[in-house]
Design a protein around this ligand. Structure first.
Ligand SMILES: [Zn+2]
Length: 290
């Protein structure tokens, strides 16, 4: 990936990409039905979202939403130094993610809010960083917004979920709560007049997407309502990490029905560059038009 810094303007709000890493193979196996032969048939995925061999292209990334003079960071990727035995490719990373903030003109102390779409480990990682052997909040002046229901689900350590996510709670959520920086909110919480949560449950029980609306323009940061644009063509394709696969599909269908053939910019949390587009219908099929 080039050191790209994509930006979008939605009315008076600016959205800035902060990417942590490219990731291809994990997502290809993560959506079991996204076999290469099937991906090759969805021609509009090339060249941005799949390669000639039918391998998916993806990103792990965050977005800074600048609204009413505040910086709101949406999701915090994997983080460095984290122990992730089930997905070792995303454990013990040493990326230069934090340096990218100064490159886009934001220092860590200027992040006013951190909002996590859900509490999977690849969305909370940079909530904390390792300092003298301890996990400390990376954004010292931020309020960290977590769905109350989502937090309550994860602290009970539900049996069907994997150890990496529990590790994520322990090293990237609990230290924030103990530092007094967490705020537990409802699933349709309004951060300010332009930015709000929209409940999109299924992938996790209290998963949310983030709606940005200003001066008649609208964008939605998806979270993991979809992991890859191939799920716009095949809305029924679930992932191994969906807590409730049936609800995930229902939520995705509703989401896509709502945005299709509108001016809403859909910004995919794991979509490869250029990351955003409009959902359009061609005959009976939906696709992402970038
Ligand atoms: Zn994710």
């Amino acid at each position: 990936m080039s050191n790209s810094k994509l930006r979008w303007r939605i009315g008076e709000v600016e959205i800035i990409q902060v990417a942590e890493m490219e990731e291809n193979e994990i997502f290809s196996s993560f959506i079991p039905e996204a076999k290469r032969e099937r991906i090759k048939k969805i021609k509009w995925l090339r060249p941005n979202f799949a390669d000639e061999r039918g391998e998916l292209k993806s990103l792990v990334q965050s977005f800074i939403v600048r609204s009413e003079g505040k910086n709101i960071l949406i999701d915090t990727c994997n983080g460095n130094d984290k122990d992730r035995p089930n997905v070792p490719e995303w454990g013990n990373l040493q990326t230069n993610y934090l340096k990218k903030f100064s490159k886009v003109g934001v220092v860590l102390e200027q992040i006013d809010y951190v909002a996590c779409t859900h509490l999977h480990f690849d969305h909370v990682g940079w909530n904390t960083k390792l300092e003298d052997g301890k996990w400390v909040p990376t954004f010292p002046n931020a309020k960290y917004l977590f769905s109350k229901g989502e937090y309550e689900y994860w602290i009970k350590r539900p049996k069907k979920e994997m150890i990496d996510d529990f590790n994520g709670i322990d090293d990237s959520v609990t230290p924030v709560v103990e530092a007094g920086l967490a705020e537990f909110v409802v699933d349709d919480y309004k951060i300010d007049k332009n930015v709000r949560f929209m409940p999109t449950p299924g992938h996790t029980p209290h998963h949310v997407s983030v709606v940005i609306e200003s001066e008649g323009k609208k964008a939605i940061i998806t979270g993991d309502v979809m992991h890859h644009p191939c799920q716009i063509a095949h809305q029924e394709w679930t992932t191994e990490a969906d807590t409730y696969p049936d609800q995930t599909v229902e939520t995705r269908r509703k989401f896509l029905n709502k945005v299709k053939d509108t001016d809403t910019l859909v910004i995919g949390s794991h979509f490869a560059n250029p990351v955003a587009g409009k959902v359009v219908s061609r005959k009976k099929e939906l696709r992402l038009k970038v």
